[in-house]
Write a protein that binds this ligand. Structure first.
Ligand SMILES: Cc1cc2nc3c(=O)[nH]c(=O)nc-3n(C[C@H](O)[C@H](O)[C@H](O)COP(=O)(O)OP(=O)(O)OC[C@H]3O[C@@H](n4cnc5c(N)ncnc54)[C@H](O)[C@@H]3O)c2cc1C
Length: 327
């Protein structure tokens, strides 16, 4: 499959990249590793006139500790390097585990953290060749106000499959979003929209420059199920963090991903565990509440009944493991 025609520009530095984005706006797309974007371009799902490569932008490839104590990771850092970084594996083992679970070593060698957080949503009906898609009507992702997954839907239900997003959300991380005339900090919890087409707060002339992670004494866990490890995207991922004791936690954060257009914060399950602690009964109730929180489950990639069962089991097993960490 060939790439469509496009103009390729390699940004010299961050200011240059932001100026190029300001100039080309919606006609342009930024590329970090390209491990996802180039495939979407071959599928003609993305056909930017201009491709702005961030690969030579050194400012995006640094890691530092800020004056406020937060770890700042440049959006252009490769996952392989981050996985091998001892600061991350010691201070944020959940992030290490999530990054290590992304694709295979080959993918992680080129994939970046920024690209993973901005990863396009995916749909069984859409992430196919143009020829395959021509056999049916279009959808919200292409050229029609329709969804093949949930027929009555008034928005796109393609799935967010970023593995690092749920892990970073339970660490209370933020991202820096920059444009040519300034930048803003966005809590990751507010970064995603529950809409497969317009799935992040990033505007066409903006890009994600860094991830900020506050110091944490929380216990954490990351769980993921994929049909073929290293090849397939997850059919479900779950991240959890707890502070305080198992019996009386100070706070509990639970986020599910790869089941909907945006990572899902499990507020009801969090409430159950915060009020009742991590007892067997509370964990079971939290897992059941998570299953209910799924709401309208899409039939993407796996049957919806399987997805409901998966969520309950994934969460229950992970929470038991998290509880054991305290002993
Ligand atoms: C076989 C295979 C298996 C995979 N398995 C997984 C998996 O298990 N888990 C997973 O999460 N992903 C998986 N992926 C998807 C992808 O490889 C990763 O998500 C990777 O981290 C994407 O990073 P990248 O730098 O290559 O992004 P790119 O492909 O460069 O970009 C992805 C998207 O993000 C945008 N973007 C990139 N950088 C920025 C930025 N700084 N600011 C704003 N927008 C930006 C791009 O415009 C594009 O829309 C897999 C891919 C393949 C081919």
């Amino acid at each position: 499959m060939h790439l469509p025609r496009f103009e390729y520009i390699r940004a010299k530095n961050l200011a240059d990249g932001l100026a190029l984005l300001a100039e080309h706006g919606a006609d342009a797309k930024v590329m970090s590793g390209g491990s996802d974007l180039l495939i979407n371009m071959k599928f003609r799902l993305d056909t930017p006139k201009v491709l702005i490569s961030l690969n030579g932008v050194e400012e995006l490839q640094t890691i530092s500790v800020r004056a406020d104590g937060r770890l700042q990771i440049g959006a252009g850092c490769r996952l392989t390097e981050l996985v091998a970084n001892p600061i991350i594996s010691e201070r944020f083992p959940i992030l290490h585990d999530a990054m290590f679970s992304v694709g295979s070593r080959h993918i992680r060698n080129i994939a970046t953290l920024g690209g993973n957080l901005c990863l396009e949503t995916r749909c069984w009906y859409t992430n196919q060749s143009e020829n395959w898609r021509m056999t049916r009507e279009g959808c919200f992702k292409t050229d029609l106000e329709a969804c093949h997954v949930i027929k009555t839907a008034n928005r796109c239900h393609a799935i967010n499959s970023s593995d690092t997003a749920p892990a970073l959300m339970v660490l209370d991380a933020s991202v820096i979003v920059a444009r040519h005339d300034g930048q803003r900090e966005v809590a990751l919890i507010d970064f995603y929209h529950d809409d497969g087409v317009d799935h992040t707060v990033i505007k066409p002339d903006e890009l994600l420059t860094a991830v900020l992670i506050p110091g944490s004494s929380r216990r954490t866990i990351f769980a993921k199920l994929a049909q073929r490890v290293g090849l397939d995207f997850a059919v479900g991922t779950f991240a959890a963090s707890v502070s305080g004791s198992n019996d009386a936690p100070d706070s509990v954060c639970l986020v599910l991903n790869s089941v909907s257009a945006a990572p899902k914060v499990l507020a009801e399950s969090e409430k159950i565990l915060t009020e009742s602690g991590l007892s067997d009964e509370a964990i079971e109730a939290a897992a059941i509440a998570a299953r209910k929180a799924l709401g309208e489950v899409t039939n993407l990639f796996t049957p919806s009944g399987f997805k409901r069962r998966l969520v309950k089991t994934l969460i229950r097993d992970a929470l038991h493991e998290l509880r054991e960490q305290a002993s």
